[in-house]
Design a protein around this ligand. Structure first.
Ligand code: GLU
Length: 417
């Protein structure tokens, strides 16, 4: 009988036997999730497969590993894992082979027992959503949950998050929480059932950063195509730059704060950062979410702006071309927006580099129309910051001043390069 995904199988090859659950495979290899929790990929050539149990005959969902009790070891730091969902928080239903989003600290410790040597963990599932379903209200709830954990004595926080919008949530928390301890976002590009999963390595590296002295909001993900190290990105300088690669996250307009060497489990840093305990805990969770990010494209109609102006938006971020430009016929609508009190910030679709609207006429016209230059802030970051600045200061000028100020490492110094 042919085996199917989800069946318990025994694969024998060259005198070695691998027993476990047959997993989906795209490579032609037989992938077996063994009782240890690890996957074995076995070339079909010369292998014999016996079905130990059909998936429909399994009454209980088989877990990948023996339960690692969340035992408390004295002297180790306390880390809270807050989960919001995404691939990182998904696990396999070993009966059906389906990936479902479920999470608890126990689930993580059970799958990655090495974690218990780094810290004492506790966990809470705040959400169980794919990150494209995040919204400003959820960022606020997450910020409050993080602050509560820190108030209750957490020495570090890990936020497990879907990768698609992780940069928005990391940006939001960078502004909303002034933190005395590390707040580390982590995700995974490939789910735990895949042999190339980045899940365990990213979480272990995140745990090392959570117990380090980097008291900032960071994103910790695979740094390269290999399994050597994870990069520690500042939460205000990071962007997902690839749909599927494990090293999809990059620091833009900045180097990463540092790296975690996966083999030595060592954190190294190469720039200034806020140290553990340097700043008192503060929650500044007000946001005005009536803001939009608008991308200018050649020939696009200024009517796009009219919609937001007439719908009484509070702020607009424009993703302009090059140094921060839009076509001449967008300028009157920008002026109408700013005259109405809407804060308009110009960023660049180049992503790398700084906006400078004083070089060409179209740029100068935008400034005359009342728009603010977004320095070297990423467009999405500028959007989140604008929501936060509007929520935390009154009046156009105060918001404009806040947008030009470096609050959480988002505006970096001019470099000669
Ligand atoms: N699109 C989903 C999300 O961002 C799943 C992908 C992922 O976690 O990386 O939550």
């Amino acid at each position: 009988m042919e085996f199917e995904e989800g069946d318990r199988v025994k694969v024998e090859k060259n005198g070695v036997a691998y027993e476990g659950i047959a997993m989906p495979s795209t490579t032609g290899h037989i992938i077996v999730k063994m009782i240890s929790g690890y996957n074995a990929g076995i070339d079909q050539e010369g292998a014999t497969v016996t079905i130990v149990q059909k998936k429909q005959d399994m009454e209980v969902i088989t877990k990948p590993a023996g339960k690692a009790e969340a035992k408390s070891i004295s002297g180790l730091p306390k880390v809270s894992i807050l989960s919001t969902g995404g691939t990182i928080a998904s696990k396999i239903d070993y009966r059906t082979g389906a990936v479902t989003a479920q999470f608890s600290a126990d689930d993580i410790l059970q799958a990655i027992p090495e974690m218990t040597e780094i810290a004492n963990f506790s966990g809470k599932a705040i959400y169980n959503i794919l990150s494209e379903n995040m919204k400003a209200d959820y960022w606020q709830e997450l910020a409050r949950a993080v602050v509560e954990e820190i108030e209750n004595g957490a020495d570090g926080i890990i936020v497990a998050h879907g990768t698609d919008t992780m940069m928005y949530s990391a940006a939001a928390l960078s502004f909303m929480v002034q933190t005395p301890v590390p707040i580390v976002f982590v995700g995974s590009q490939r789910s735990a059932d895949r042999p190339s999963s980045d899940n365990a390595m990213n979480v272990i590296c995140a745990a090392k950063v959570a117990v380090s002295d980097i008291a900032e909001v960071t994103v910790v993900m695979h740094s390269d195509g290999s399994d050597d190290r994870c990069a520690i990105h500042r939460g205000t300088k990071v962007r997902k730059m690839h749909t599927s690669r494990r090293d999809a996250f990059r620091s833009i307009n900045s180097e990463p704060i540092g790296y975690v060497d996966y083999e030595k489990l060592k954190v190294s840093t190469s720039m200034e950062y806020v140290k553990r305990g340097d700043r008192p805990l503060e929650l500044r969770d007000k946001l005005d979410s009536k803001c939009a990010l608008v991308k200018f494209t050649p020939g696009s109609s200024p009517d796009i702006l009219s919609y937001f102006i007439d719908a009484d938006y509070s702020g607009l971020v424009i993703e302009g071309t090059g140094l921060g430009h839009v076509s001449t016929d967008w300028v009157p609508e920008i002026e109408r927006a700013t005259k109405k009190g809407i804060v308009v910030v110009v960023t660049s679709q180049c992503l790398n580099g700084r906006v400078c609207d004083r070089v060409y006429d179209t740029g100068r016209d935008i400034i005359k129309a009342g728009a603010i230059e977004g320095e070297n802030m990423l467009p999405e970051l500028a959007l989140v910051k604008l929501m936060w600045a509007l929520g935390n200061s009154d009046g156009h000028d105060a918001v404009a001043a806040m947008m030009g100020e470096d609050i959480a490492g988002e505006i970096t110094e001019r470099s000669l390069a």
